[in-house]
Design a protein around this ligand. Structure first.
Ligand code: KG4
Ligand code: ZN
Length: 333
């Protein structure tokens, strides 16, 4: 019955969680609002904010879980990938706790954790399953054969899906992160008004940079003819951009399901909060005879609960890290 304290600090959320025997008891997420005015995450500011947030966030996760540090059986942290200065804060904090309390340390891969977030709710996928992981930094189709056995079978060759949302939003003059705003405005838009191209990429890989360029030219041309083009058509433009990004994602997922014959299909990552993606996945699932799984929102965006659940399975497998372990900005699986 291990109790695990997990820390996630790979980007701009400081998150802490306590997990008892695979059940999440607390999941604290402290958002860093300092980046909003810069139009993107500023790495140096993220590290400083993690330093400020980490002690209260650990305290809060312990107190919600009604747990004290001496009864924690292992300390887990996100090792990679992420912003190196941000990762260092969580890694160093977890290492210090491990040293002070003489309890094992568990290093977790952030992308593996996004996939295993699907194992937190009671309604879990059986193995094998496919997971479409879509965030601000990554877009992957992962084939998960067992708790810690997974491989990436498709990924983006340029921008991530979240970046495609955020960069499109920026072109429309919307603040960062623009993904949720495109989602919001798209709800009242007409998806047939404008047509954006679908990239032709072989296999299961994705590409979003061509779409971004097409949107840029589309806006420039139309603004030349009508200075108020964006304001007058915002909802329809958002609906058409969103519809294209979602169709790019789901067409590849459908292809992956067909190739592998797997019918348990999950999504993960911040973009899985998108209403159109969730609805379209469920519809495609019904048509294709899939069982679909979408984690609750708090486990979709960056969170320590997913680090804790992954650490729990690593604990059971006896997969512990040495105190000399270092975080890494990039990491192969
Ligand atoms: O997983 P996440 O919280 O952080 C990363 O690891 O990147 O994902 C953040 C991304 C951002 O690009 C944000 O715009 C996007 O998820 N996002 C959305 C929505 N909510 C968050 N994109 C589209 N629709 C949404 N509702
Ligand atoms: Zn993430």
């Amino acid at each position: 019955m291990p109790t695990i304290l997990a820390i996630e600090s790979s980007c701009d959320e400081t998150s802490t969680a306590v997990c008892l025997d695979g059940k999440i008891l607390s999941n604290v997420i402290v958002n860093q609002t300092v980046h909003e005015k810069y139009g993107g995450v500023v790495p140096e500011l993220a590290s400083r904010a993690h330093l400020q947030n980490i002690v209260p966030a650990v305290d809060e996760a312990l107190s919600i879980a009604n747990c004290q540090l001496p009864i924690v059986d292992a300390f887990a942290f996100t090792q990679s990938p992420g912003l190196i200065g941000a990762l260092l804060v969580g890694a160093q904090f977890a290492k210090s706790l491990s040293l002070a309390f003489n309890k094992p340390l568990i290093a977790v891969h952030h992308m593996q954790a996004h996939v295993l977030a699907n194992l937190i709710p009671d309604n879990k996928p059986g193995f094998p399953f496919l997971c479409l992981t879509v965030s601000g930094g990554h877009t992957q189709i992962v084939l998960c054969e067992d708790f810690l056995q997974m491989k990436v079978i498709g990924q983006t060759i340029d921008d991530a899906a979240g970046e495609a949302f955020d960069k499109s939003a920026k072109l429309l003059g919307l603040p960062y992160p623009g993904g949720p705003l495109i989602d919001k405005y798209a709800q009242q838009g007409d998806t047939n008004k404008f047509k954006f191209p679908e990239p032709q990429i072989d296999g299961l890989d994705f590409s979003f940079s061509g779409l971004k360029t097409a949107i840029l030219y589309f806006i420039q041309e139309n603004k030349k003819k009508n200075g108020n083009f964006i304001e007058e058509n915002l909802h329809d433009i958002c609906a058409c951009i969103q519809q294209r990004i979602v169709s790019i994602l789901l067409n590849k997922l459908k292809k992956a399901a067909k190739q592998t014959g797997i019918k348990n299909i999950c999504i993960a990552g911040g973009v899985s909060a998108n209403k159109d993606l969730r609805k379209s996945l469920e519809e495609m699932g019904k048509q294709s005879g899939w069982k679909t799984f979408i984690p609750p929102f708090e486990y979709c965006t960056d969170n320590a609960a997913m680090i804790a659940i992954t650490a729990y399975h690593k604990y059971l497998a006896g997969d512990f890290a040495d105190l000399s372990v270092s975080p890494s900005a990039r990491a192969e699986w």
